[in-house]
Design a protein around this ligand. Structure first.
Ligand code: ADP
Ligand code: MG
Length: 964
């Protein structure tokens, strides 16, 4: 209790679903744990398959086949899930009926057709006077949810296992109601001619005898099952034609004693090998004619009943009390078909009208206390005796286990009890088991084993559930597939887009380079063309000029020949110029040349504009490329957003699978339960193993969760940008961390480090609160405590503590530090890093939940210190006193909140163990508190510890003497 500390968080639920545990005041949140665990696995309803039993060790009787071939013949061939249907039907028509609402007596053989089911009810005894005082500070170890037919067994203050029964009877259940749901259906089927058994199983003092054997002569309302059963039987038979006889026996140390004749103390069991009937011919059989005679019989038997007085309860017994009611009924005419197998009935035929006798047997067993011998204090038994005392009960347990497991061998011959019940327990019989439990947490172990016994006596009926689970699984799978498809489609689109961009860019580049190349080529061609033309025309001009030159020389010579002696020179000069100017040919040539040149110039100009044009288009293309780039960027952005969306979707998927679990849970229980309890139980069931095979089942489902979502993925979401996702993620981690089986995986995956980091990196108080809670849960193991210390966890927690406002945050931080305080090795370091100061700082918030954690931390610390001092490892004053904790401790030693007070009282006792602390304690006024504790503390262990401490300390003794 002291060192265990669990916090659970509502993951997807608003806070109104939180509830408060009576003892601690700490909300036990209805929490979603991420488990897809099979609810049917959790509920563990195991059944004695009576059909199987009938054909196996409990014997197939003629009656069996007749029963089956008779009214129940149809039902025998029903598909398995019909039993679920009929069960639901019964629940509706006769709520609270254990045995299927007495369907055997009605013409509706629907339920009678499913005989193979031991109905198990659990009944809680109210606190007795002693428990009122001794357990005043503690919550009951069980919590009942009768409307859900569930029982929660507390593992510690924070944690419980949930079990389902056919009926859950609270401490307020009336005897009448108990009779009606447990025994009445069995009695009705006995009146119909079937054998029936009602058994009460439980620890001594939990109310077996009260439930089964109470006579109720003082208080009518207190009448137990035996008395009420006889009343119903008497009312249901006609004493003219029918007969009732009873035997009342006790089975002790494998000997059957007659409670109606104490001298008859070794009755043997006789089995008819043909019919399988079991009888006790040696036992006294008393004919019952009226109720009064029956009460007399019971009283007589009670007087004789051997009661091994035990420490627990003086009325309790180590023996089994067995009441056997034999019923013989005459059945007329057509009804006789049902029991025509009964050969003895033929002897009763006396007239022409055939009549048969229908025999039936009701066995009511008040079993011996289920506790192990040593605990009951039945001292003085030899080992052999002890073995023999327990033999019948353990043989019964073994038979139930074997039947529940469908084992081919049922060890029915191992004990007298199982031999005796052979024909009453299974086969044609209808059987009800009421298991009784007490509320006290001190007997949690016995209560747990009683509950497991009851659970094994029920059978898994999970056809419907399995189908539903399949539906939800497929929903989750469909979502997964959709998500995968989306991701793939996105990838595909991305690829197509990128390819298109690439293609366009390449195309543009190619066009550009083509244009450039063409331009250069064209330019070069033109240039060389005009150069060539130009050169050619020059050459032509030169040729012409040379020709003209030659011609004019000839002409001159001719003239000289004609005009000798005349002044020719000036003329000659004139004639030389004139021909050029006047030569029309030359002129034409020149003009041609000029036109040519103009044409070339025009050509160049055209090319130039072409070039400009091509430059412009180039610019255009590059702006196109810029645009495309931008589109590409946009797309990348889009992709990022999509990826975020996928992240969110994944977290929603996570949520959906949890909600699916929750819905399935609700559907399983008929859809009528509230969300809170559904989730609450889901959490517990998924978190806690309830038997060996469910443990593996749960582990599997957690493994499945990790596999499906991936712990790393969840942890990576702790750093998500979206604050909602972050909060979700930390809650998921916190819930996973609440389960011991996950803690190692979380720490391995770096979860602890991430959680510690969140304390600095996040400003959000919710995140602080949840992270601190998760750290508190992880801080339950020594290895993790060391890891937290090594990563500076105390400082981080202290910082969080100093800035937090919300009491729940402070509670989580204080809880985490309190867990660290319980580690012997970390004392110095914890104190050195301000752990104690941080705890004391948190008392500024006066919330009792916070104070209780602070007190727990101090008590843990004091306990470790006290251990260290006792081992001689530590000397000198307590570090708690050094750090100034004493005034607060003394002030709060009598705090009105029990949870605070209890821790402080322990802390004081630990501190007072050592003389080194005595002076400070005396000066601080702690002695008065110690005296008060030694007198008034409701817990005996603390009270006597305080007393011992006071009387053994010289300083305290001296101070008390001084104070008179
Ligand atoms: P068991 O037979 O299992 O040893 P008992 O039937 O003798 O236990 O019960 C022990 C004590 O508790 C008796 O004093 C009984 O009257 C009381 N008791 C048991 N169940 C109830 C109940 N449901 N309501 C009131 N008192 C009960
Ligand atoms: Mg008893």
């Amino acid at each position: 209790f002291f060192f265990f500390f669990f916090f659970f968080f509502p993951t997807f639920l608003p806070s109104q679903f939180s509830r408060t545990l009576p003892l601690t005041g700490i909300p036990l949140a209805a929490t979603v744990a991420f488990s897809l665990s099979d609810l049917s696995r959790c509920s563990h309803s195991l059944t004695l398959d009576l059909a199987a039993m009938a054909t196996s060790a409990f014997g197939t009787t003629t009656a069996t086949s007749n029963y089956r071939n008779g009214g129940a013949a149809n039902a025998r061939n029903l598909p398995k899930n019909s039993s679920v249907k009929s069960k639901t039907g019964v629940r509706k028509s006769a709520p609270g009926s254990l045995g299927g609402g007495g369907a055997a007596s009605s013409s509706s053989k629907d339920d009678a057709g499913v005989p193979g089911r031991v109905r198990v009810a659990v009944r809680l005894r109210p606190r007795n006077a002693e428990e009122m005082v001794a357990d005043a500070d503690f919550a009951d170890c069980v919590e009942l949810q009768p409307e859900l037919k569930r029982l929660k067994l507390r593992k510690n203050n924070w944690d419980s296992d949930t079990y389902e029964f056919d009926e859950v009877l609270t401490e307020f259940a009336s005897q009448k109601r108990v009779y009606e749901v447990v025994a009445k259906p069995v009695v009705e089927s006995v009146l119909d001619g079937y054998n029936g058994t009602v058994m009460a199983y439980g620890q001594t003092g939990t109310g077996k005898t009260y439930t089964v054997g109470q006579l109720g002569d003082e208080d009518m309302a207190a009448r137990g099952i035996m008395v009420r059963a006889m009343e119903d039987i008497l009312a249901g038979v006609s004493l003219e034609s029918d007969s009732i006889s009873v035997s009342y026996m006790q089975l002790y140390m494998e000997t059957i004693q007659d409670l109606l004749d104490p001298t008859n103390d070794n009755i043997s069991i006789v089995e008819d090998h043909k019919t399988g009937d079991v009888s006790l011919p040696g036992a006294t059989q008393v004919e019952i004619r009226d109720h009064h005679s029956f009460l007399e019989i019971l009283k007589l038997g009670e007087d004789h009943r051997f009661a091994a007085n035990t420490k627990l309860n003086t009325e309790s017994s180590r023996s089994h009390a067995i009441l056997m009611v034999n019923l013989r009924r005459s059945v007329k005419g057509k009804d006789s078909a049902v029991s025509s197998e009964n050969s003895s009935s033929l002897q009763t035929v006396k007239s022409l009208k055939p009549s048969v006798v229908r025999k039936a047997k009701l066995v009511v067993v008040d079993l011996a206390g289920s506790e192990r011998i040593h605990k009951s204090g039945s001292e003085g038994h030899t080992l052999e005796e002890a073995k023999s005392i327990n033999l019948s009960l353990s043989a019964l347990g073994k038979c139930i286990n074997a039947l529940a497991e469908n084992s081919p061998h049922i060890p029915v011959r191992d004990s007298k009890l199982t031999r005796l019940l052979r024909d009453s327990f299974g086969g044609t019989a209808r059987t009800s088991l009421v298991i009784t439990v007490g509320p006290s947490p001190r007997h949690r172990g016995e209560t747990a084993s009683t509950i497991m016994f009851g659970q094994r006596a029920m059978k898994v009926e999970n056809m419907l559930k399995l189908k539903e689970e399949f539906d939800y699984k497929s929903l989750s799978r469909r979502l997964d597939i959709q998500l995968d498809k989306l991701i793939a489609e996105h990838e595909r689109q991305q690829k197509i887009f990128e390819d298109e961009i690439e293609r366009l860019t390449a195309e543009a580049e190619r066009q550009l380079s083509d244009a450039e190349r063409n331009y250069v080529q064209a330019l070069e061609k033109e240039r060389s063309k005009y150069q060539k033309e130009y050169l050619e025309s020059i050459k032509k001009l030169e040729e012409k000029w040379t020709m003209n030159q030659r011609k004019s020389v000839n002409d001159e010579n001719k003239l000289r020949h004609k005009d000798v002696g005349s002044n020719v020179l000036p003329n000659a000069k004139e004639s030389k110029v004139a021909p050029i100017e006047e030569n029309p040919e030359m002129k034409k040539l020149l003009e041609k040349e000029t036109a040519h040149r103009k044409a070339v110039e025009e050509e160049v100009w055209t090319l130039k504009t072409q070039l400009a044009e091509s430059r412009r288009s180039e610019a255009l293309q590059s702006s196109e490329i810029v645009k495309l780039r931008k589109m590409l960027d946009d797309e990348a952005h889009q992709k990022e957003k999509l990826e975020m969306e996928i992240g969110k979707l994944q977290s929603h998927l996570l949520q959906l699978s949890v909600e699916a679990d929750e819905t399935r849970r609700q559907l399983d229980s008929g859809g009528s339960e509230e969300v809170l309890s559904g989730l609450d139980s889901l959490l517990h069931q998924s978190r806690q193993p309830q038997s060996d095979n469910s443990e593996t089942g749960d582990k599997e489902s957690v493994a499945k969760l990790f596999e499906q979502v991936g712990l790393h993925k969840i942890l990576s979401l702790l750093e998500a940008e979206d604050a909602d996702v972050r909060i979700h993620a930390v809650k998921v981690v916190a819930n996973l961390a609440a389960e011991e089986a996950n803690q190692e995986k979380i720490v391995e995956a770096g979860g602890l480090t991430s959680l510690l980091k969140l304390l600095i990196s996040s400003e959000d108080e919710t995140i602080h609160r949840v992270a601190a809670g998760a750290i508190a849960n992880l801080a339950m193991s020594e290895t993790n405590q060391e890891l937290i210390m090594a990563q500076g966890g105390v400082r981080l927690l202290s910082n969080t503590a100093s800035s937090a406002e919300d009491p729940q945050t402070l509670r989580m931080v204080a809880g985490a530090i309190a867990n660290l305080c319980g580690n012997d090795k970390l004392q110095m370091k914890l104190r050195g890093e301000g752990g104690i100061k941080a705890l004391l700082g948190m008392v500024r918030c006066r919330h009792p939940d916070v104070l209780s954690q602070v007190a727990r931390g101090i008590a843990n610390f004091a306990k470790c210190e006290s251990r260290a001092s006792a081992q001689g490892v530590k000397a000198g004053r307590s570090l708690l006193i050094e750090d100034g904790a004493l005034p607060w401790i003394v002030q709060n030693a009598n705090n009105e909140a029990a949870s605070v007070r209890r821790h402080i009282e322990l802390a004081l006792c630990h501190l007072a163990q050592h003389e080194a602390n005595a002076r400070d304690m005396i000066n601080g006024g702690a002695v008065w508190e110690m005296v008060r504790i030694s007198r008034d503390c409701p817990r005996e262990d603390i009270r006597s510890l305080a007393h011992r401490t006071l009387t053994s300390s010289h300083s305290f003794q001296a101070e008390m003497r001084r104070l008179g």
